[in-house]
Design a protein around this ligand. Structure first.
Ligand SMILES: *Cc1c(COP(=O)(O)O)cnc(C)c1O
Length: 388
């Protein structure tokens, strides 16, 4: 029998999203990867498993997702985890006591907490710098520096990091360069092509896209990192179940379509917000007034679905987030539905107040995750809430 379905079908990103990672299904020829809801696999004779042994180590549904993620990010190997933070936990376990990491100052609150309140306790040192200026990274390097870690655009300040520039520094110094690509997704930006060694995702967000799974992933294109991360994934065991993997894989099939809608809606809303005179500031990399708009155009194919705005008044910020009807007041982002949040008290409450202040993350800042609803309905909803 022909094995024509054994090879991944890949192409431009919309083709890869739909097809990459599929296995030839020898049992029924199922077009979709089955959910292998099993913890173990039978051995034909002692010491001769049929290909799989134990599901913490390997699961065919998880493998389908991992191969798809690797193809989307143009890496060689993908690894799925039980959450974005479980993926970060595996990244930080590449280090040992005494190692030093240079980190972008405006990272996800939970990532900051895992670094400073868990791994710092084990003797890993972190220096947080404003990565909008590449020189700050250079200045923070020490002999013990092993890793550079960033998000771009950042959450919620929309700071950008020049991936190629940091990638060059990392390569020259032999550092591991890690990029959390959750905000941009591989549809808008592929860090491995710009010098990154590891891409991290919270698949909870845009990749799954339907706000019904917690998941994470790492993608690499270096054999040494693939081997060590595969070891850590199995040794620490923070793996996702097969049904969650199947849901993320199903979500990814529409990722390019959804990202187009998120980006178009966010651009329309950001443009509309700039016409208002009752806002202090609008943060969106697609606006020509964004200080790093030129870099955004260079390293991203579109500008994403996240917008932050500073209302200049904390009490008004509270009123606005409690007044929208379509935008739901909730943590998280990247789902088909629009969400509104107050970073200082929600997603970034675990970031120390002085650090929040330094980066402009004020108590009057609100964040929008723009969904794929009709944009005129979203604008009407915001107009009503801002006028409340
Ligand atoms: C949500 C998020 C994480 C953490 O992912 P979980 O799936 O919630 O563990 C990490 N980085 C970014 C940018 C995020 O938005």
């Amino acid at each position: 029998m022909t094995q024509r379905n054994d090879d991944d079908v890949t192409g431009r990103i919309a083709t890869t999203a739909v097809h990459a990672g599929k296995h030839h299904d020898p049992y029924a020829g199922a077009v979709m990867p089955p959910i292998y809801q099993t913890s173990t696999y039978v051995q034909a004779t002692l010491g001769a498993p049929l290909g799989y042994e134990y599901a913490r180590t390997q699961n065919p549904t998880r493998e389908a997702l991992e191969r798809n993620l690797a193809a989307l990010e143009n890496g060689t190997d993908g690894f799925a985890f039980a959450s974005g933070l479980a993926a970060l936990d595996a990244v930080l376990k590449l280090l040992r006591a005494g190692d030093h990491v240079v980190v972008g100052s405006n990272i996800y609150g939970g990532s900051h907490r895992l670094m400073q309140r868990v791994f710092a306790e084990f003797g890993v040192e972190f220096t947080f710098v404003d990565m909008r200026d590449t020189a700050n990274v250079d200045a923070a390097l020490r002999p013990a520096t092993r890793m550079v870690y960033c998000e771009t655009p950042t959450n919620p300040m929309m700071f950008l990091t020049d991936l190629q520039a940091i990638g060059d520094i990392a390569q020259t110094r032999g550092l591991i360069f890690v990029v959390d690509n959750t905000f941009a997704t591989p549809v808008l930006q592929r860090p491995l092509e710009q010098g990154a060694d590891i891409v991290l995702h919270s698949t909870t967000k845009y990749l799954n896209g339907h706000s019904d799974v917690i998941g994470g992933a790492l993608v690499v294109r270096r054999d040494d990192l693939a081997e060590r991360i595969g070891f850590l994934q199995n040794a620490s065991g923070a793996v996702p179940g097969p049904f969650d993997c199947w849901l993320v894989l199903r979500g990814i099939k529409t990722l390019p379509l959804r990202m187009r809608a998120h980006c178009e809606n966010a651009m329309r809303i950001a443009d509309w917000l700039t016409t208002r005179h009752d806002l202090e500031r609008v943060y969106f990399p697609g606006l020509a007034t964004h200080p790093q708009h030129a870099l955004a155009k260079r390293q991203m194919s579109a500008f994403g679905g996240m917008i932050s705005l500073d209302l200049g008044d904390a009490a008004r910020a509270r009123r606005v987030v409690e007044s929208t009807r379509i935008f739901a007041l909730a943590e998280s982002l990247g789902g088909v539905e629009s969400l509104i949040g107050h970073p200082a008290s929600m997603t970034h409450a675990s970031v120390p107040a002085p650090m929040r202040e330094e980066m402009g993350l004020t108590d009057s800042l609100i964040r929008l995750s723009v969904g794929i609803e009709d944009v005129d309905d979203l604008i009407a909803d915001l107009d009503h809430a801002l006028s409340a």
